[in-house]
Design a protein around this ligand. Structure first.
Ligand code: 0A1
Ligand code: ZN
Length: 876
């Protein structure tokens, strides 16, 4: 086999032929599904006459082919591994093909496959080519008419995009339904579902009065788990009307839950397909976090109907055009429906841990990559989350009103088209009158910019000078970086009053909270009429996706933690303060010196525990120490054991010093009311459960009793899961084992709960975690062909820092073994799973060698393009 080759953005050309209308007929059979396609094609006006027709197609057995009704002889077309080529075709013509495919053998879960007996599809990004021969690229947009034929008894429900227009019986106990989708769409938005499904139905009336039927299709046993998704969908529909003026455009909107799915969900036109984990909830099976995730994903897929479907991407290099914008939209929706500050804290803490790591590793890439081997590898945190941060900066730069006008312009001008990131930013520039040329560099430059900030207060003149210096580290293929346009929201907090001081910059009064624009490598900002010495509060709300360094003293940080008017930065000051203390303790651990807890941190936490706040969720975040993964991000070289020991030491010291406060907070936040996934309850539960985690860190007898009781009371999954996690992660087998056993037996029938049971066990810090993984891989509820199971067991174990990074290399070996097996079964999942090994540069020499040896071992296999691309980058 030849090595997979990259494709380049600079090679983009419109397709030689475009499809105006697509007619499909599926005759479903697990081993031999027949797909007939009739494509109405015409030459693209920008391409010359006489060019050959090239169609994508993989793993298809061609049975028949005809142009304008005339069958083609074998010498009139060429078939390759990647597709079909017809040398001579008319300017406009009709192409008929018939192929055979085997959904039951499709373990990659791309194209048409089977999941728990049902048939379903996943076509983004390039799965449609495994269904039929087609110009499988997003800039070919056609209307679709789809007939699905299946066994009437086992497949009573036959779904596709758009509206059902005809149905009937066929000989041999089969039946059919024909669907028509009037909106032109690219092939990646095609969907088909067939199975023995039940539906929950509701209605929604759009602002202009269209009556929309909403359906959620699930397996019978999941009928009681759809309420939250349905309510979320209706909220999202209303929100998009009110916020962006976007209405739904068909009479029917369907969601289907499937158990085997590579990602969270998929925005197929009118027929969203969801990983069951991203749609099903019940107070007894799903945590608060899961409820919130479902709400966010339902909204995300719904919002794609405009940002992605009506206006789509010209090519896959533009993926962030739809994903960055849509993530930004779902983030704003969730902020509006929940606690906005806590939502932002959660987003940023995830972003700084995971996206920063990606941006600093061997697979770092720009938000708009300029080449790739396998697009499936580019559904990344950079494309999604950094893309969303860029859109957020845009919104902040131009202001909401201009942003909204820009969005209106974008949707109106490009409706029904496949466009580029410049088209989107161009609308924002036009609507605001701002020059966004330098800003566009955010899309082409990879790596996390670092800003060194330095401030000085001149008492005599009441002047505060802030010097900012930016640099973006080199990333693979991009040694030199240019200065970015970085918006920095800030305040100057007066040390006497604890209040934000009035800001005057270059004679202009900016209020007390303002945005300054860093565009050069280095810039000085001189604030005048500053009445008292300030502590600067910089990058409020995480106004740009950068690392900002300022030489804060611990006193400064304690001061900001107490006084900053920006809730986000108050939280961040606490994180920075904890990180400084952790630094000392990590060093002490390495040097074998006795660890001593910084009393300033204890006092800061004591004050937090005394705060009377409305937003308990924010307080819970403030009481949460930076994760081991985030601490690791801050270290030049990661010392897994020292980080673990230092963090545990801080946690235990706080628990010992503030035991009674934690107990009090626990008691004060117990709820008796029936479970509701609402902000107030969620906040109280988070706070209570954080308090419990401190008490359990010292295995306090009273804490243990509370955890046991919380587990047994079985009030809701949030509480049960936290209690089970704390019992399982304690050092006492007599606490862990009975609880795990009881839980495992109780929920053996529920795959989504069993996923949680797997993850809890394999993330325990005790040294038996690896043996548990091996043991659980043989558990009847585990399956290597189910991505949720792989993530819950193997993916979760790779997040278990002390045990995955064991010095005997057994953790790495186990991961590599699974990657090698999945490389054959499901390349997309295999390529994601290998990520932790690709970060080898961050560790000590011994671990580096072990990790690289496993990467080399993987490289020795016959690799899918997905795994090949990641391994090559990791070993480059
Ligand atoms: N567009 C989807 C994500 C997605 C991408 C690829 C998939 O198949 C492998 C599935 C889903 C979204 O943003 O939700
Ligand atoms: Zn998306």
């Amino acid at each position: 086999m030849s090595e997979p080759q990259p494709i380049y953005l600079s090679d983009y050309r419109p397709p030689a032929y475009r499809v105006t209308h697509t007619e499909l007929t599926f005759d479903l059979d697990p081993a031999a599904t027949r797909v007939k396609a009739r494509l109405h094609l015409e030459r693209h006006p920008e391409r010359q006459a006489g060019e050959p027709l090239e169609l994508d197609g993989e793993q298809l057995a061609l049975k028949a082919i005809a142009i304008d009704g005339q069958s083609l002889g074998e010498d009139e077309y060429t078939l390759t591994e990647r597709g079909l080529r017809v040398e001579q075709v008319p300017e406009r013509f009709r192409l008929d093909t018939e192929v055979e495919i085997a959904p039951k053998d499709n373990t990659a879960l791309e194209g048409l496959y089977q999941s728990s007996g049902m048939f379903c599809t996943q076509c983004e990004a390039e799965g449609f080519r495994r269904i039929t021969f087609y110009p499988d690229r997003p800039d070919v947009m056609a209307t679709f008419s789809t007939t699905v034929i299946g066994d009437a008894a086992s497949l009573p429900v036959l779904l596709s995009n758009g509206n059902p227009v005809e149905r009937g019986s066929l000989p041999g106990e089969r039946h059919f339904v024909t669907w028509e989708d009037p909106h032109p769409k690219p092939s990646y938005l095609f969907a088909l579902v067939a199975g023995d499904l039940r539906k929950v139905e509701d209605r929604f009336t759009t602002l202009s009065g269209r009556e929309v039927t909403l359906q959620i299709w699930v397996e019978e046993e999941n009928l009681g788990k759809t309420d939250h998704a349905m309510a979320s969908l209706k909220r999202a529909m209303r929100w998009d009307e009110e916020t962006y003026g976007r209405e739904y455009d068909l009479d029917l909107f369907m969601i289907v839950a499937v158990n085997d799915f590579n990602m969270g969900a998929m925005e197929n036109k009118g027929l969203n397909i969801f990983n069951s984990a991203a749609v099903l909830t019940h107070p007894h099976t799903a945590t608060d976090a899961a409820f919130q995730r479902v709400e966010g994903i339902v909204a995300h897929e719904y919002f794609h109907n405009w940002s992605g479907n009506r206006v789509t991407c010209r090519d896959w290099f533009q993926l962030s055009l739809k994903e960055g914008f849509t993530v930004f939209r779902d983030q704003c929706f969730s902020a509006d429906t929940n606690s906005a500050p806590v939502k932002r804290i959660e987003e940023v803490s995830f972003f700084r841990t995971a996206q920063f790591a990606e941006d600093a590793g061997p697979t770092a890439h720009p938000v708009r990559p300029d080449h790739y081997i396998e697009i499936g590898n580019f559904y990344t945190l950079t494309i999604y989350e950094k893309g969303a941060e860029i859109v957020r900066m845009l919104r902040n730069l131009v202001g909401w009103e201009a942003f909204r006008r820009g969005a209106d312009r974008y949707f109106a001008r490009f409706d029904g088209q496949a466009v580029t990131i410049e088209d989107f930013v161009g609308c924002m520039a036009e609507a605001s009158g701002q020059d966004l040329d330098q800003f566009l560099r955010w899309y082409s430059q990879a790596g996390t910019p670092e800003i060194d900030a330095h401030g000085e207060y001149d008492y005599a003149n009441g002047v505060y000078r802030l010097v900012l210096r930016q640099r973006t580290p080199a990333t693979p293929g991009q040694p030199d970086k240019q200065a970015l346009h970085i918006p920095i929201r800030l305040g100057l907090v007066g040390t006497k009053t604890g209040r934000d001081l009035a800001l005057t910059l270059d004679g202009e009064a900016l209020g007390r909270d303002a945005v300054i624009h860093l565009r050069e490598d280095e810039q000085e900002f001189v604030f005048t009429d500053v009445e008292e010495a300030p502590v600067p509060s910089l990058l409020r709300g995480f106004s740009a996706p950068v690392k900002l360094h300022y030489p804060y003293s611990r006193e400064d940080l304690a001061f900001l933690l107490a006084h900053d008017s920006d809730g986000f930065n108050r939280w961040d000051a606490g994180q920075r303060l904890a990180l400084l203390a952790l630094d000392d303790l990590i060093a002490a651990h390495r040097n074998g010196v006795e660890k001593v807890m910084d009393p300033r941190v204890v006092e800061a936490f004591r004050a937090l525990l005394d705060t009377d706040t409305d937003d308990k969720a924010v307080l819970a975040e403030m009481l949460t120490l930076p994760s081991e993964a985030y601490i690791a991000e801050q270290q030049p070289l990661v010392d897994v054991d020292a980080i673990h020991a230092a963090r545990l030491f801080v946690k235990q010291s706080l628990a010992l010093a503030l035991r009674d406060d934690f107990l009090r907070v626990y008691e004060a936040n117990r709820l008796d009311a029936p479970y509701a996934p609402e902000p107030e309850q969620i906040g109280a539960r988070s706070l209570k459960n954080v308090a419990l985690s401190y008490l359990m860190s010292i295995e306090d007898e009273e804490g243990i009793e509370l955890a046991r009781h919380q587990f047994e009371a079985d009030h809701n999954m949030t509480d049960v899961r936290q209690a089970l996690t704390l019992l399982t992660h304690s050092s006492r087998g007599d606490l862990a084992d009975p609880a795990l056993r009881a839980f495992g037996e109780k929920w053996a029938h529920d795959p989504l709960v069993m996923d949680q049971w797997f993850s809890i066990q394999v993330t325990r810090p005790q040294s038996d975690a690896l043996d548990r993984v091996k043991f659980l891989m043989d558990h009847p509820a585990f399956s290597l062909t189910n991505p949720n199971k792989v993530r819950a067991l193997i993916g979760a174990f790779a997040q278990n820092r002390v045990n995955f990074h064991r010095l005997d290399g057994e953790g790495y070996r186990l991961l590599a073994d699974v990657v090698i097996e999945l490389n054959r079964l499901n390349p997309e999942i295999a390529a994601r799973l290998v990520t932790p090994l690709t970060r080898w540069q961050r560790f000590d020499e011994a671990r580096q060698a072990l990790m690289k040896a496993e990467l080399e071992r993987i490289r020795g296999e016959e690799l899918s393009p997905n795994v090949f691309e990641v391994i090559e980058k990791a070993l480059a």
